[in-house]
Design a protein around this ligand. Sequence first.
Ligand code: G
Ligand code: G
Ligand code: MN
Ligand code: NA
Length: 256
Amino acid sequence: FQLVTQFRQALETGQVKVHYQPKVALPSRQVLGVEALVRWRHPEFGRLDPDEFVPAVEAAGLVDALTGFVMDQSLIRVRKWLDRGLRIAAAVNLSVRSLDDPNFPDRVAEALERHQVPPELLTLELTESGVMADPQRALPVLRRLHTLGVTLAVDDFGTGYSSLAYLRQLPVDEVKIDKSFVLGMGTDLGDLAVVRSIVELGHSLGLIVVAEGVEDDAARDQLAAMGCDVAQGYLISRPLSESRLEAWLQARTTQA
Ligand code: G
Ligand code: G
Ligand code: MN
Ligand code: NA
């Protein structure tokens, strides 16, 4: 696939950029972190979203280069914020392929050391379907990542077929409710029930519960009333380029 042969070069020539979407505490709205979301500005095809190229990058065995790039960019930001007295975490999306690589935890440790970022300010997000497809295979790498002190999050939770028993066995710290349920909860009692039970289940397992897809005040207030810990979504902010994120943070922190 032609795209893939261009990908390494795209990383080097600045065509690939990381955007960041804020995550805020409920009910305080304090900024706790950002999720890093990769974008590729392709010279011919224009803006490519991850769904359009990440699967090809994975299939070509280049996911290490992608994850390494996104992690480096994110840790540079976190370090800059620390230097300004701000403790803001960065969340990086992992491909399940990364968990097949026994050296992945060492590379994470090396990146944290190189950027002088404490491990608790890095979150690694794995999709529910990815981890649960073969939890026994994922477990050794997850355990080593957890031992490093990074935060591990299960993304898109509620969309897979995982049993709650599996979630209990994984060394994870955070569960992210899939946005489809959060988007539907204002009009669909079934979605509302799913959101409510993930919040309760997550808390009973001692996990931080994050809601994605928070698009309006009603959803935010309802989530806050349920005790959901963190909100992410267009209501708070769309994913932003580095410079727009800085402007957004500036406006937030001078307001407070
Ligand atoms: O930002 P957007 O909605 O287009 O993201 C679509 C999907 O791409 C999401 O599921 C997200 O987790 C995934 N994604 C975004 N950035 C990365 C990345 O750096 N690595 C991997 N593996 N997936 C990513
Ligand atoms: O799978 P993952 O959760 O990593 O994907 C995050 C994706 O969700 C990003 O591509 C982002 O653009 C999108 N997203 C973030 N907030 C919202 C929202 O409030 N509504 C909708 N519809 N999509 C969102
Ligand atoms: Mn994610
Ligand atoms: Na998600």
